[in-house]
Design a protein around this ligand. Structure first.
Ligand SMILES: Cc1cc2nc3c(=O)[nH]c(=O)nc-3n(C[C@H](O)[C@H](O)[C@H](O)COP(=O)(O)O)c2cc1C
Length: 191
């Protein structure tokens, strides 16, 4: 079955991202057309990128990189849950992305974001990054405003009107993850 990783892109104490990622996971796991697993960056405490050879060459030397690569390689596609920090994504998520290359290639990705304008600016940056990583970023986004979807900016209370957007995002990620499977197999055969 198609496997989708839900990447929680904040590791901060008191992070809002955990509530958002759990909401995504709980709704996604009601579906029967794919498997969903939460990938919490706190469980992969990567240092600042410390691989001597560029990740695109795939010669990982460090055990933490190999563990992270094995996790990401096990998925067919992703939902990235991202905060907005200084009009971009979080440094910890960008660093985790930079560690790998082929493990991201030919996989779909959808974005669930939150911030004062729904994390829109963070996702625009992530879409550029996805292009360089040969990832297929789906159109649908879930953009959650800190003003309306979080009580006191900290207790996540999403309106039900977010559900159709999340459902469409998941539909699109599963469809493209499945459609790209032959390309992933061809790439594996070339290595
Ligand atoms: C370093 C930092 C920078 C931030 N910059 C922005 C910003 O540019 N735009 C925005 O909408 N919110 C910004 N915020 C507010 C965050 O979107 C908000 O705190 C959110 O809850 C952060 O996600 P997290 O709690 O999961 O870490 C910033 C927060 C931090 C910690």
């Amino acid at each position: 079955m198609t496997r989708i990783g839900i990447i929680l892109g904040s590791t901060r104490p008191n992070r809002n991202g955990e509530q958002v990622a759990h909401w995504v996971r709980d709704i996604a796991q009601r579906r029967g057309d794919a498997e969903f697993e939460l990938v919490d960056l706190r469980d992969y405490p990567l240092p600042h990128l410390d691989e001597p050879i560029p990740p695109s060459l795939g010669q990982y030397q460090n055990e933490h990189t190999k563990a992270w690569a094995a996790t990401i390689a096990s998925f067919d596609g992703f939902v990235i849950v991202t905060p907005e920090y200084n009009h971009s994504t979080s440094g910890v998520l960008k660093n985790a992305i930079d560690f790998l290359f082929k493990e991201w290639n030919n996989k779909a990705v959808g974005f669930v974001s939150y911030g004062s304008v729904g994390g829109a600016r963070a996702v625009e940056h992530l879409r550029l990054i996805a292009g360089e990583l040969q990832m297929a970023d789906v159109r649908q986004q879930v953009a959650l405003s800190l003003m309306t979807e979080f009580e006191n900016f900290s207790v996540f209370k999403p309106g039900d009107y977010n559900l159709p957007a999340l459902t469409t995002l998941l539909d699109q990620v599963i469809a493209w993850s499945t459609a790209l499977a032959p390309l992933r197999q061809a790439a594996t055969a070339c290595v």
